[in-house]
Design a protein around this ligand. Structure first.
Ligand code: FAD
Ligand code: UDP
Length: 396
């Protein structure tokens, strides 16, 4: 059959589109991408808000950053990046602090000036109650890194709201990446490259899919589709949806947190003076407020005056039908994941990838990087050299 695709990709997020683009542009394959939403791009999708002409990231604020040279070079084939540098501020008991933990925050919080050495000595003393290598949960890990007073102000309440779980029951990994700096440097990321796509995320994602060999079929669920009925087991499929859903939740549902994004237009040209303000007090119900116009100061003239779009974020346990955002990854989840991995390894001609397909919190650069690896290690050898396709791809 001449119109039969060589490969089917389920999901048009960064993972799926990276595979699609490589297969079409590098191997000349005919690629069919199925996407159940009404738009491509997965969670990085964004659109202009009509009331303000501000670009809004519809599934939560997305900031691109990477230290991976290959991913940076690859991303730059489809978009240029602005020089936006992400900074986050935190409100606690009526004061605003500059995050992450840095010399400015330490001085302000303790109400006096410290040299870097004095601040180091202070935090060393305050964190001495637990050694980092002995920390077995998030609370202990945080206290071992920054001491109890800073933990209680900036981590405890925020984490309780984000995870609705006692921090002594959460994995220490969650905050491994929170840096403590003994300088005034307050950039949120420490990567080599950082920026926002000049013409927005959707333009970038569309450019990746813009190839005569790629067809993207929107509002088409793989499950129950003609494509599934006709091609499953016959052509390679790269599945980037939830792995538990693929197997009909046979081993039980994997647990996720979702975020309710409450978007509103406010009657002021500037609501909070910056892109992200975290609310660290536990009694404020939302975790943070995003004001999107600040992500693109270079577009100021195109934004409509006197108004701004803001989004309050509320985190909660995902129920059936909610968007899965953050894998909770309890011991039970990991046990289920091992069983799904065995099933995935036996599923003929199907590769599992991406955030949902592997049940991993992947930043965009990681989703792109792991798709490039899957392409190099499995897909290209299969099509170019006839190597047998090994199913699977779910790590546990
Ligand atoms: P997704 O983008 O989730 O794409 C999967 C696609 O598959 C979806 O479009 C879905 O509709 C589709 N699909 C699923 N099942 C089916 C089916 N059965 N049939 C058809 N289609 C299906 N990363 C950063 O680098 N920086 C950030 O600042 C950042 N912020 C984030 C904030 C939030 C709130 C969240 C949740 C994530 C954030 N990320 C961020 C991570 C980023 O969203 C992911 O790296 C990226 O979405 C991963 O792409 P993916 O292709 O794996 O998955
Ligand atoms: N965190 C915190 N206070 C903050 C910011 C982060 O306690 O002001 C903790 C919290 O447990 C959160 C984790 O650090 O889940 C990761 O935060 P980050 O902002 O990187 O998460 P994101 O939601 O952006 O992925």
């Amino acid at each position: 059959q001449s119109d039969r695709p060589d490969i089917v990709i389920v999901g048009s997020g960064f993972f799926g589109l990276t595979i699609a683009e490589r297969c079409a542009a590098d191997l000349g394959l005919k690629v069919l991408v199925l996407e159940r939403r009404h738009h491509l791009g997965g969670n990085a999708y964004s659109e202009r808000d009509p009331a303000t002409n501000v670009e809004v990231h519809k599934y939560g604020a997305h900031l691109f950053h990477t230290s991976n040279e290959r991913v940076w070079e690859y991303a730059n084939r489809f978009t240029t990046f602005t020089d936006y540098k992400h900074r986050v501020f935190g409100k606690y008991q009526g004061q605003v602090y500059s995050l992450p933990m840095n010399l400015g925050l330490i001085n302000q919080f303790f109400g006096r000036s410290h040299t870097p050495d004095e601040a180091r000595a202070l935090i060393a003393e305050q964190s001495s109650e637990i050694a980092t290598e002995d920390a077995s949960n998030l609370e202990e890990k945080a206290i071992s890194l920054i001491g109890r007073p800073l933990y209680e102000a900036f981590i405890k309440g925020y984490t309780a709201k984000q995870w609705q779980t006692d921090p002594t029951k959460l994995s220490a990994d969650i905050i491994t990446r929170l840096p403590v700096r003994y300088t005034f440097e307050n950039g949120w990321f420490s990567d080599t490259y950082e920026g926002l796509p000049t013409d927005g995320y959707t333009a970038w994602l569309q450019k990746m899919a813009d190839h005569p060999n790629i067809e993207v079929r929107l509002e088409t669920d793989w499950f129950g589709s003609d494509v599934e009925a006709e091609l499953k087991g016959k052509v390679p499929v790269v599945y980037t949806g939830p792995v538990d859903e693929y197997f009909g939740n046979s081993e039980g549902r994997l647990s996720w947190r979702t975020v309710d994004l409450q978007e509103s237009v406010v009657e002021t040209g500037d609501f909070q003076g910056t892109g992200v303000v975290n609310y660290n007090d536990q009694d404020v119900p939302y975790t943070r407020i995003i004001e999107f116009k600040h992500f693109h100061p270079e577009r100021e003239k195109t934004h409509l005056p006197g108004k701004s779009v803001i989004v309050h974020e509320y985190s909660r346990f995902a129920e059936e039908g909610d968007e899965p955002y953050y894998p909770i990854n309890t011991a039970e989840d990991r046990a289920k994941l091992l069983k799904y991995r065995d099933l995935a390894n036996q599923e003929p001609m199907v590769l599992f990838g991406g955030r949902l397909g592997t049940y991993k919190y992947l930043d965009m650069h990681m989703a792109i990087g792991s798709a490039l690896s899957m392409y190099d290690n499995k897909i290209r050898p299969h099509f170019a050299e006839g190597v047998e396709l090994k199913s699977g791809g779910v790590d546990a």
